[in-house]
Structures are given as C-alpha cells and as structure tokens.
Design a binder for this molecule. Structure first.
Ligand SMILES: Nc1ncnc2c1ncn2[C@@H]1O[C@H](COP(=O)(O)OP(=O)(O)OP(=O)(O)O)[C@@H](O)[C@H]1O
Length: 420
C-alpha cells in the first residue's frame, strides 16, 4: 500500500505570489522563472477542467498502482485506441490545488526525455481528479531489482544515468522531487534501456518552506529524519541527492543501507563513522564497492547537507567500475552510459511559451485530444534511449512512511548477508 502522508501533513506556507498574467516576462537570463510558468499552467488547467464520465472515453484494462491518495489505471482511449496511464487522485483526500500543482509540474517537466511524458488530458469525475500519462509497459524499477543481489552493474549504470539526467533537469528548473525511490522510476523494458522519472506529487520549488514530515523511509535524508527539529525545512535539492545515493545502493545490492538515517540505526551509525573518517574501516555492507564507487557514495551521501555534491557529479564516475565482484556481469563499466557527458536539457523561454500557448488553445478533455488526433504534447523531445538488463525485488521491500513506522517486513543490509 502506498501512502503519501506528507501530502496530509505538509502544507506550503502561504506567501505573496505574483499574479499570473496572460503574457509572462522572461527572466534576465532569457528563461521564464518556473514560478511564473507553473502558476500559469495551473491557472489554465483550472479554467479548463471538465467533469466527465470516465467510461465514455476509456476502457479500463487493469490497475497499475495504488496509493492512499488514489490509483493509476492502464486504460485504452475508446476512440483513438491509445493506451494511457490515468492517475486518479481521490477528491476526499486531495485538494484541487494539489492536483493542479502535480499536473502542472508534470506537464512542465515532460519535455525531458527522462521524465514521464504527458498527454494534454486532465479532468474530474464525481470522486476523482484525473490526468493522463504515457504508459510505462515494464512497470517501475522496484519490480526488477533482485532482492539481496541487486542489478548487474551495467544495467544499474544505464538506469542511474537516465535518472540522473532527469533529476538534474528538474534541479536546473529549481524544483525538488522529494520522493526519489525505485517505485517512482518507471521503466519501459526490463533492461532499463528506457527509464523515466515520475510522480511529482511532492515536488516543490527549491526554497519553499515545508513542515517536518512525520515518519521516515530509508531514502529520507538525515536532516529530515531529525525528530528534534520542529521548525520545518526549506526545500532543497540536496535531499534528492541523498535519496539518489540510497537508490544507487539499493539498485546495486538489493538491500537498503539502513532503515532510517538516524543515530539509533546501527547500520547508519557505522556508515557515519566511516563517512566522517572516524574509522578507516569500511562498513561491512559497503565492502563490495570499489574505491571509486565509495568516493562517489561519500559525496552523494555526505551527512552534512551543504557538503553534498550535485546529482551531476555522478556523471564523472561512469567510466570506473563500481563493484568489486564480477558476478552478475558486474565487471562492466556501464556500457553506453559510461562516461557520457550530461545532456543540456534546459529548455528555452520560447519552448516554455509554446507549452503555455498550446495549453491555452487546447481543451484538457479526452474528447478534444481525440478529435485533434494529438497523442502527446508536441513539445516533447524525442525520447532518447540508452541501454541494458535486470529482474525482481524482495529482501528489500516497497516502503512508505507508514509501513516503515510500523516496522514492516523490510530488511536492511546486514553484515551476515553482505560481508564479502
Ligand atoms: N505511467 C505509468 N505507467 C506504468 N505504471 C505506472 C505509471 N504511473 C504509475 N505507475 C505505477 O503506479 C505506481 C503508483 O504511481 P504513483 O507513484 O504516481 O502514485 P502515488 O500514489 O503518488 O504513489 P506514492 O504514494 O508511492 O508516491 C507506481 O509505483 C507504478 O508502479
């Protein structure tokens, strides 16, 4: 069961915002500030949101995922025959503003080939707010990580490379994902040749004040786990970098490095002692990595938030081996992803203008999308594909803040399991 308790518990504090106008100014650097375009996209979506009967336009094939706040269904558009993933957010638990924010951010980020693409479709039913996304046929990354084994290094690198580009794109737009985990990385094939970042329900602008979240998951950065902090936080990209570092560990080992990044967690404490160079002994569960990989983890998982590197830094590590053992094809340096330079994914202000203009002139209704014959937003760049291979998870389990608090069945890396 998925649950995003944070949606319930965290509210952005209100502060004066510029009113969206029909023509927004460009920033001094030639690109419109995300604050402007996001407000504008939300406004347009709100004005165009129609109430409709889902069965009129869609045939539901099966459920793809479920959460406390709603579900994701695979559907076929009855007129066009197009397969789509419809994300349903229950009205009882989701404010219209939250829905519009998630929809607008998803749309705004969708030009990046490593972020899930959107159809220009959003509507409401009696019980749900709904928007349409492209369907990822292989599901999410969680399902292909073999428990206590991890993915072959080449596959993991291929995946990491794409996720890093997507995440960097988001950070360049001054947004922070805030829910990086395997369940939010959608895959199009089990070899991870095409991988996309998804679920922008928790995404906020960098610098936004948010209240402390109750509950932690293994991906939660230490500064967010600190229960003694009641004052709230400023949203910062460094928390995504931490989660990204934990994600890398999970992908390569099939285990969590710890249950929570708190002093009470022995695995975490052991890591911190090594990280802060209080001991030269590498913690047992980290001994399977090469020195180069450990250097990368030290930077991504810097306990001090301000010393954490940017997600881009991972690109400089692709040319090196990450795993000491050569089982599972782990000797590869990562195939096509290895050493590839980051792509420049920043979109220009004219591309953003096109996005806004198109939305203004397009109904969000599925009927309209069908009539126009439009499938994706045309502004989407062609999806670049990268390469390679994996399979399913277990010693490590899907987590959300609630089941982690309950103790759950989640396992963390133990020295017995992993010691080499
Ligand atoms: N476009 C898609 N194609 C295929 N599967 C999808 C798609 N979108 C979502 N899913 C599946 O549904 C699950 C839940 O989707 P999503 O993360 O968007 O919902 P959520 O309620 O916000 O979840 P969470 O609370 O875990 O963040 C995903 O983990 C994935 O398995």
């Amino acid at each position: 069961m998925y649950e995003r308790r944070e949606r319930k518990n965290v509210r952005l504090q209100t502060r004066p915002r510029p009113r969206p106008s029909s023509r927004m100014n460009s920033s001094p650097h030639g690109s419109r500030a995300s604050v402007d375009i996001l407000e504008e996209l939300q406004l347009i979506a709100a004005q165009n949101l129609e109430r409709l009967d889902i069965n009129k336009y869609y045939e539901v094939i099966r459920e793809l995922g479920k959460g406390t706040y709603g579900k994701v269904d695979l559907v076929v558009h009855k007129i066009r025959g197009t397969k789509m993933a419809l994300k349903f957010l229950r009205k009882k638990t989701t404010k219209l503003k939250s829905f519009l924010r998630e929809y607008s951010i998803s749309l705004y980020l969708s030009p990046c080939p490593f972020i899930i693409n959107m159809y220009g479709i959003a509507f409401e039913t009696d019980d749900y707010y709904v928007f349409a996304q492209e369907f990822a046929p292989a599901g999410d990354l969680f399902d292909i990580i073999p428990p206590q084994v991890g993915l072959p290094e080449a596959v993991a690198k291929r995946c990491v490379h794409q996720v890093a580009i997507g995440l960097d794109y988001l950070h360049c737009k001054k947004l922070v994902h805030r829910d990086i985990k395997p369940e939010n990385i959608l895959i199009f094939d089990r070899e991870c040749r095409k991988v996309k970042l998804s679920d922008f329900g928790m995404t906020r602008r960098a610098g936004s004040p948010v209240k402390r979240v109750s509950g932690t998951i293994p991906y939660t950065a230490p500064e967010l786990c600190d229960a003694s902090r009641h004052e709230g936080f400023c949203v910062d990209a460094s928390t995504d970098v931490w989660a990204f570092g934990v994600l890398l560990f999970c992908m390569l080992t099939g285990n969590f490095p710890w249950e929570k990044a708190m002093p009470s967690d022995a695995f975490y404490e052991e890591f911190v002692r090594w990280q802060r160079r209080r001991t030269g002994t590498v913690p047992s569960q980290w001994r399977r990595f090469t020195d180069e990989a450990l250097r990368m983890f030290r930077r991504l998982l810097s306990v001090e938030q301000e010393r954490r590197c940017s997600v881009k830094e991972v690109f400089s590590h692709f040319n090196h081996c990450w795993m000491l053992d050569t089982q599972n094809g782990n000797s590869s340096s990562g195939g096509p992803a290895g050493g590839a330079p980051p792509l420049d994914m920043s979109s220009s202000s004219s591309e953003e203008d096109v996005l806004v203009d198109r939305l203004k002139h397009q109904s969000l209704s599925p009927a309209c999308a069908a009539a126009k014959g439009s499938v994706m937003m045309d502004t989407h760049y062609s999806s670049a594909s990268t390469n390679s291979s994996p399979s399913s998870t277990g010693s490590y389990e899907r987590v959300n803040r609630e089941n982690n608090e309950r103790g759950g069945r989640m396992l963390v890396a133990t020295s017995i399991e992993i010691c080499v």
